[in-house]
Design a protein around this ligand. Sequence first.
Ligand SMILES: [Zn+2]
Length: 612
Amino acid sequence: MKKRTGLYVTFLAFAVRLSPLSAAAELLAPLDLRAVKVGGEIGRRIDITITNNLLKLEVDRDFLPPFRVRDGKTSYIGLGKLIDSAVKLAAYSGDPQVLALKRHLVDETLKTQSADGYIGLFPPEQRIKTLWDVHELGYLIWGLLSDYRVFGEQRSLAAARHAADFVVKNWTLLPEKWGEGSDVAPHVAFTGIERTLLGLHRETGEPSYLDFVVKTRALPLWDLDIVTGRRMGIEGHIYAYLSRCLAQLELNGLHPDPRLTRPAERALDFMMRRDGMLVTGSSGQCEIWTDDQDARGDVGETCALAYQLRVYDNLLRNRGDSKMGDLMERTIFNALFASQSPDGRRLRYFAPLEGTRAYWNTDTYCCPCNYRRIVAELPTMVYYRSQDGLAVNLYAPSQAKLTVGQDTSLAVRQDTAYPNSGTVRITLDPSAPAAFPLRLRIPAWTSGATVAVNGEPVKGDVVAGAFFDVRRTWKSGDQVTLDLPMRWRLVKGRQRQAGRVAVMRGPQVFCLNPAQNPDLAQLDGTELGYVALNPASLAEPVACAAVRPGGIGCRLQAWKPGFGLSQKADYELTLTEFPDPDGKAVYFRLRDFRGAVDDELCATVRQEKGKQ
Ligand SMILES: [Zn+2]
């Protein structure tokens, strides 16, 4: 028997005591996918991802055949990610077609599993050590585990365990210094495996999976600095970095250890305080951390967005920090939804702020599959059960059911036109009168927010950038009205965007689609960025369906590029919501910069830098 470290023994003791394992109590816990229904733009994106994307896939042509042939000619598909998204979207929608697709994917995948547990794309001699084999296999285990967690499918759990045992048993096939000095660092090549085996350990109590994560993969010791710019090893790979952070945070939930939160804190610090995040919520260039605020090119990988959202979700749950919710809505309404065509069918790898945006040319691979997965998880980010009540994180027309206190069932409903409007009406329907706090996220971008219950203003300061708790004995039909004033914000650009502004309102960023004006139609993103806006012309948003039915636009006047600005504006423009597929510019000049404001999510850093 191998010698075990003290850390391992501690984990083992924990594993034996609790089986299946339960995480330490979170401040905020997500609701079951089946307990929430979402409308508005978030709900529409979920719906079109199902009807116009997931159900339009040719899974028997594009996804499954290489797993049957296993000739090593295909290096990566993303089948496990697809299974995970199908499981979650089937549970959320209850749609028989999605359920049938999920069953088909699982049936056909299980038929390809070898007697030794392997599922994948490679012949025996290439397994484990060929690049992306562990990545694909890890997510297949995750997808099957998801089927067990959500639908209780024992055969999926058995297959997941069998495949995980194959990984653990055959890890020694890797040469000792595998990946060192190559194009892809080992932690990037194995992205996802730690979270998967940890998840399997939590469900089964099986110590060998925890042993693999803690000892073999040394997850608690991983503490990589932020590496910027693409180079050998691609250490600064955001998706790989955040996926490991997430695994560390989840391990921290089982056994708190300060080392496990450091990389996530470093990533957040880089994004929010060191120019590592763009105004749309996306991060990185060519999949890698960057802090130059370059808005062109391969900006903001969709996989990275998905893992940013999961890290925010984890920190919101464990720390109750409402800023995490602010980051979530910024990322969802802008960068994430820009990764999908307005009709839902096509998906992107990158969504630059400046210049032409391209769609990814297949339904397979990392970004399309991770897009479907994260959209399937959005329903769980709207409401959270707090230790004694309910927290509302995302504002969207929606309904949910949960239990508060010992056994009071509570139905909650939001009526709102958010993000068109910051007015949100929340109706509570407890099965019996019950005292509990209703926690409302007050975004950092608002000021002068108010809360009323049944028309009576609630006393107390409603502070932006925090949760506001309404405590009372709730009875059926009680109605809370939250009013979050939404004003246009001209948000100062930083680094390469310094001296210009992005136009925001609430969580939304607006962009310029030059096709609407013949003078501008010939210009690319960079030239469009020399257009000067007239802030005095800003008025109420106008209706604009460029992105979604019921969408809004920003009507305003602007001057042509050049220094000779006349009194009379040259253009009447309508800036469209950032997911407009033909949007080509986000930052613009101002004639008078005094009305510009710092980004409320990234301002601290800039102020600190100014003092240095
Ligand atoms: Zn990707």
